[in-house]
Write a protein that binds this ligand. Structure first.
Ligand code: NAD
Length: 249
């Protein structure tokens, strides 16, 4: 039996990269999954790829605007109507940034914070009453290793992930009484489109400094989500779990 047999999960940013790996891992462990993506076309593409892997996967896709609380709330209700409950929320959608502060357009800063921080709050707020009513649940946020020490440009990105850690620690304390666990996974450099956009020399320089000698794979990050979502993690809440090969910068 899978580690998530009978559970229902929502994964934001589930169309590619780490999010798609989480969706696959949850399905392989027996969960039903609703993936959220930013556009219907990318959602349909991800669903087609998953159905190709296994036509029987219980998976649906929605594309609520993660900047709009009302749309998120109705998407969560749609998932609950389809699958009967929501046990797991993986707040994974996120964008990175590299702008030096001297050239940083304030509107671009806001955009990163809105997606990386506000959507975590919105999705958690929309799902918490559903989880409370059914006796509990597990919320897992995708943070980042840069949430521990920052980065030398694109300051919105680490700032947003410090905030994600803050939401994780605070909501763990607030929602513990409702048996809702809230944890964060802190990936290091992971082989996704986000990393493909970086100069190769930079990726190699980073890999050389990592004690495990390589960047991570999306599946290795997804495994941490499976564990934290499962009943094996029943006494773990408020944790920040690094999946980064012991990277230090
Ligand atoms: P990615 O760019 O491949 O995927 C990002 C996901 O977020 C996509 O599914 C995309 O649809 C979604 N998304 C982006 N903008 C959106 C919007 N406006 N509305 C809704 N959804 C939107 O990146 P990834 O590497 O898979 O990143 C996933 C998460 O992991 C992010 O939170 C990222 O910060 C975090 N992370 C990644 C790395 C890495 O090295 N790849 C390291 C640490 C943390």
């Amino acid at each position: 039996m899978g580690m998530l047999q009978g559970k229902v999960a929502v994964v934001t940013g589930g169309t590619r990269g780490i999010g798609l790996a989480i969706v696959k891992a949850f399905l392989q462990e027996g969960a039903s999954v609703a993936l959220f993506g930013s556009r219907k076309e990318t959602v349909d593409k991800a669903l087609a790829a998953l159905k190709e892997e296994n036509a029987a996967y219980p998976v649906i896709g929605l594309s609520p605007d993660l900047g709009n609380y009302a749309e998120i709330e109705s998407a969560m209700q749609e998932v609950k109507a389809k699958f009967g409950k929501i046990d797991i929320l993986a707040n994974n959608a996120g964008v990175s940034a590299r702008e030096p502060i001297y050239e940083y357009d304030p509107a671009a800063f806001d955009k990163v914070i809105n997606l990386n921080v506000n959507s975590v709050f919105y999705c958690s707020k929309a799902v918490a009453p559903i989880m409370k009513a059914q006796g509990g649940g597990s919320i897992i946020n995708t943070s980042s290793m840069v949430s521990l020490y920052g980065q030398p440009s694109g300051c919105s990105y680490p700032a947003s992930k410090f905030a994600v850690n803050g939401l994780t620690k605070s909501l763990a304390r607030e929602l513990g009484k409702d048996n809702i666990r809230v944890n964060a996974v802190l990936p290091g450099v992971t082989r996704t489109d986000m990393v493909a956009a970086l100069p190769q020399a930079m990726v190699e320089r980073i890999a050389a400094t990592i004690p495990l000698g390589r960047v991570g794979e999306p599946e290795e990050v997804a495994n941490a989500f499976v564990f934290l979502a499962s009943d094996k993690a029943s006494y773990i809440t408020g944790a920040l779990l690094s999946v980064d090969g012991a990277t230090e910068v």
